[in-house]
Design a protein around this ligand. Structure first.
Ligand SMILES: O=C(O)[C@H](CCc1ccccc1)CC1(C(=O)N[C@@H](Cc2c[nH]c3ccccc23)C(=O)O)CCCC1
Ligand SMILES: [Ca+2]
Ligand SMILES: [Ca+2]
Ligand SMILES: [Zn+2]
Length: 303
C-alpha cells in the first residue's frame, strides 16, 4: 500500500543514473512499483545467472541500486515502467492485457545469455557475453519489443511462424521504434565494443541480412519460418509509412490495426488491408495518410 511506496535511484546498464519506483518492507527495498493505475504491479526479479523463473526479487538495503550487478535490474524495471506509461498515455491501454496485469521481468537469466524473450507470462533478459551483447534490458527498444509480444498475444495473437510470425516480429520492432524513435533495433546493447551498428535496421533491413521486399521473402524452416528475417519486409513498409505520414499518424494506425483488425493468421497482404482500414477509419479513404500507407506496402511488393 501507499505507505510502503518508495522512490529510489539506480545506475543503468550504460552507467546512467535514474529514479526508481520501489517498495519498502522490513528494512528492504524491492524493485516493485505500485505507482501505476494498475490492478497489478511492475516487478523485477533476478535469476542470479540460473534458469529458473522468476527467480528472486531484486532488492537493496539502502534504495540506491548502484552495484554493477544491479544495472540490468535497474533498466528492466525502469524501462518496463516507461513502456507501461507509453501504452497507457498514448493508446489508453492499461498494461499488456488492457486490464492492469502485472508486468514481471527477470534479469541475469542464464550464463552469458545473448538473448531476451517473452515467455507467455513475463519478460526474461540475458546479460550477453559482453562481446555480442551487454545486458539486453539496457535497451528501451528491446524492452518495448518484448512487452509488445505480450500486447500482440492478447490482441491479434499473430501466430509465431511464417508471414504472421514475421508480422508479430515487426509489430514488436515497430513499437520499439515508437518508444525509441530511431530506425535501429537494439543498438544500445548490441556489440558494446563497436559503435554505429545494431541488431536490425527498419530503414535498411539489408544492412543486417534481412530482405526489404516480398520478392526476396526467405522460405526457410528455421526460426519459425524466418520470423526474424522476413520481418524486414513489414519493417521497411513501416519505415516508408513513417517517412510519408509521420510518427503520430503511424502510431494510431498501427495500434488500431494490431488491436482491431489483425488476426492470428494474418498475411502481409492482410496487414496492408488492416492498416488501410485503420487509416480509412481515422483519416478517410483516399486521404493522403491512406495513400501513404498504400504506397509504402506497394514499394515492398505487397498489395
Ligand atoms: O523477442 C524476440 O523476438 C527474440 C526472442 C528470441 C527467443 C525466442 C525463443 C526462446 C528464446 C529466445 C529476442 C530478440 C531478437 O530479436 N532475437 C533474435 C536475434 C538474436 C538475438 N540474440 C541472438 C543470438 C543468436 C542468434 C540470433 C540472435 C533471435 O533470437 O533470432 C528481440 C529483441 C532483441 C532480442
Ligand atoms: Ca533503437
Ligand atoms: Ca554496437
Ligand atoms: Zn520478437
Amino acid at each position: 500500500n501507499a505507505v510502503n511506496d518508495a522512490t529510489g535511484s539506480g545506475t543503468g546498464v550504460l552507467g546512467d543514473t535514474k529514479s526508481l519506483n520501489t517498495y519498502f518492507s522490513s528494512n528492504t527495498y524491492y524493485l516493485y512499483d505500485i505507482t501505476k493505475a494498475m490492478t497489478g504491479v511492475i516487478e523485477t526479479f533476478t535469476a542470479k545467472n540460473g534458469s529458473s523463473l522468476p527467480g528472486s526479487y531484486s532488492v537493496d538495503s539502502d534504495n540506491v541500486f548502484n552495484a554493477t550487478g544491479q544495472r540490468a535490474d535497474v533498466d528492466a524495471h525502469f524501462y518496463a515502467g516507461k513502456v507501461y506509461d507509453y501504452y497507457k498515455n498514448t493508446h489508453g491501454r492499461n498494461s499488456f492485457d488492457g486490464n492492469g496485469g502485472t508486468i514481471r521481468s527477470t534479469v541475469h537469466y542464464g550464463s552469458r545469455y545473448n538473448n531476451a524473450f517473452w515467455n507467455g507470462s513475463q519478460m526474461v533478459y540475458g546479460d550477453g557475453d559482453g562481446s555480442t551483447f551487454t545486458s539486453l534490458s539496457g535497451a528501451l527498444d528491446v524492452v518495448a519489443h518484448e512487452l509488445t509480444h505480450a500486447v500482440t498475444e492478447r490482441t491479434a495473437n499473430l501466430q509465431y511462424q511464417n508471414q504472421s510470425g514475421a508480422l508479430n516480429e515487426s509489430m514488436s520492432d515497430v513499437f520499439g521504434y515508437f518508444l525509441d524513435p530511431d530506425y535501429l533495433m537494439g543498438e544500445d546493447v548490441y556489440t558494446p565494443g563497436r559503435s554505429g551498428d545494431a541488431l536490425r535496421s527498419l530503414s535498411n533491413p539489408e544492412a543486417y541480412g534481412q530482405p526489404s521486399n516480398f520478392a526476396n521473402y526467405v522460405y526457410t524452416s528455421s526460426d519459425n519460418g524466418g520470423v526474424h528475417t522476413n520481418s524486414g519486409i513489414p519493417n521497411k513498409a513501416f519505415y516508408y509509412t513513417v517517412q510519408s505520414i509521420g510518427k503520430s499518424a503511424a502510431e494510431k494506425i498501427y495500434y488500431r490495426a494490431l488491436t482491431r483488425y489483425l488476426t492470428p493468421t494474418s498475411s502481409f497482404s492482410n496487414a496492408r488491408a488492416a492498416l488501410l482500414q485503420s487509416a480509412a477509419d481515422l483519416y478517410g479513404s483516399g486521404s493522403s495518410t491512406y495513400n501513404g500507407v498504400a504506397s509504402a506496402w506497394t514499394q515492398v511488393g505487397v498489395n
